[in-house]
Design a protein around this ligand. Structure first.
Ligand code: SF4
Length: 490
């Protein structure tokens, strides 16, 4: 076990606010939003920066963040300064003005410490946290504590920029199928003598149907638990083990839990109630339309831009809409937005405005059921123009079917396994996969599918057919819809 107190930064090619990476369509800059929250002034700053320093394309990501595409060569320092000045950097670096003034005289704009603090800001929460009518607990204060812990502890700079935490308050609107390195999920107080406890697990998600929580801790102990888990990870992980799944594979969950028990001075609850705990199902369709908040008076309204992309004028109009209605914007992990705290009287105005901006508010809309990565116009790894192909596919998509169109196996647009995946193999040609449940995936009978298919892959599921044109892929999706009904479409 190593205890080197000096953080050794792990190299990263991930885009970040101060690390603009090169893509086919220019620089790519990712802005992390705490809890997905985006104040109207910040949204306006992003829209202006996208117009002045980039190609004007703004993407919402599946981690409730925002990224700018097409950053122009030579504009990077001014773009970074603009975003930092809008308070879009780590909270430990609230005063961006010295950095901004340095930028104007070509001094180094960011420090490694700033970049590292930005990289580790990966705490996912429900976009309706604090507002959701079904939530067991308001996680926002705890999420802020975890972000401060991640940003403020120099040793955590050694974590991979992909290392991510999920803090789940039991909301009805939640993305529970995104694997996280550490997840925590609130347990109903009546299940634990009136106390608020959080079940937790490693390298997975809380939506499993089998026993999935390792143990539970009281809410007050969550920051200390996360600190202990992160230091345990850094102490045990070899350089090539960058994610918690690697550590779990190397040591096993039970051994890690035993290590953890020596490092904490609060109770870890492991009993029949924790074993029996299952996360109540969430309803991702609540990301669309208007829903009353837990105060019984105000509402949140959700919508998605087609394929997760906005232009600068649309983002500016969204910000104005938030200002006019005293609402707040939040990005969602489905590449959409919520406006929260909308007064009941303003809901029709907000919905009309979202319609006028071309945002989708109906879960049945085909473009509400399609995700696609940047594709060949933006990414050198792409085998096809996935966004254009997804738009072409949309009018022919079978009812209820959800499809991920991916330019390569990296699956940037979807952190989860979608019910169906079209994986590009060359321009206009795709392999088609169907998600299979864990038990079915392990069944020998699934090695060839009902549609005469190929092997199951852990990432996308069972391959139904290969090297198809879009028309052929559409026919396979319709046949699969008939063969498998709606069970694969949840
Ligand atoms: S999934 Fe592949 S092709 Fe698509 S954006 Fe990611 S790396 Fe590029």
């Amino acid at each position: 076990m190593s205890h080197d107190p000096t953080p050794s930064l792990r190299p990263s090619a991930c885009p970040a606010l101060t690390r603009i990476v090169s893509a086919r369509d220019g620089g790519l800059c990712r802005i992390k939003l705490p809890g997905g929250e985006l104040h109207a002034e910040q949204a306006i700053a992003i829209a202006e920066a996208a117009s002045e320093h980039a190609g004007g394309v703004i993407e919402l990501t599946n981690r409730s963040n925002v990224q700018l595409r097409g950053v122009r060569a030579g504009h990077e320092p001014a773009l970074i300064a603009r975003l930092l000045a809008a308070g879009l950097g780590p909270r430990q670096f609230p005063d961006a003005s010295p950095l901004a003034s340095k930028a104007s005289c070509d001094a180094p704009l960011s420090t490694p410490r700033l970049a590292a603090a930005d990289d580790v800001r990966n705490v996912m929460a429900s976009p309706s946290a604090g507002r959701d009518i079904g939530a067991l607990v308001d996680t926002r204060h705890l999420a802020a504590q975890l972000l401060a812990l991640l940003e403020g502890e120099p040793r955590f700079a050694a974590l991979s920029p992909k290392f991510a935490l999920l803090l789940d308050g039991g909301e009805r609107l939640a993305a529970l199928d995104h694997p996280h390195d550490i997840w925590l999920s609130a347990i109903a107080p009546e299940q634990h003598a009136g106390q608020t406890w959080f079940a937790f697990g490693l390298a997975g998600e809380p939506s499993c149907t089998q026993r999935c929580a390792l143990a539970a801790v009281q809410a007050v102990d969550v920051p200390a638990l996360v600190r202990a888990l992160l230091t345990l990870f850094l102490d045990l992980a070899r350089p090539e083990e960058t994610r918690m799944r690697h550590l779990v594979a190397a040591h096993g969950e039970i051994a890690l839990l035993e290590h953890l028990a020596y490092r904490i001075d609060f109770p870890l609850r492991r009993d029949a109630a924790v074993d029996a705990w299952r996360r109540a199902p969430a309803d991702a369709s609540l990301r669309f339309g208007a829903h009353r908040q837990r105060d019984g008076e105000r509402w949140y309204v959700g919508a998605q831009p087609p394929l997760g992309r906005l232009d600068a004028p649309t983002l500016r109009e969204l910000a104005r809409l938030a200002q006019q209605t005293a609402a707040t914007l939040r990005a969602t992990p489905w590449q959409g937005v919520l406006l929260v705290d909308v007064e009941a009287s303003a809901v029709p105005q907000v919905q009309r405005a979202l319609d006028a901006l071309g945002l989708i508010q109906d879960a049945r809309h085909p473009l509400a059921r399609l995700v696609a990565c940047a594709g060949s116009p933006g990414c050198m790894k792409a085998h096809a123009d996935t966004k254009a192909d997804a738009l072409a596919l949309a009018p022919h998509l079978p009812d209820d079917v959800q499809v991920h169109v991916s330019g390569c196996v990296r699956s940037c647009a979807a952190a989860h396994c979608a019910p169906y995946t079209l994986l590009a193999v060359e321009p206009g040609r795709y392999d088609v996969y169907r998600r299979v449940e864990q038990a079915a995936a392990q069944s020998p009978s699934d090695e060839s599918g009902a549609l005469g298919a190929g092997p199951a892959t852990p990432r996308f599921g069972e391959r139904l057919d290969t090297h198809l044109t879009l028309d052929q892929a559409t026919r396979v999706l319709h046949a699969a819809r008939l063969a498998y009904g709606v069970s694969s479409h949840a």
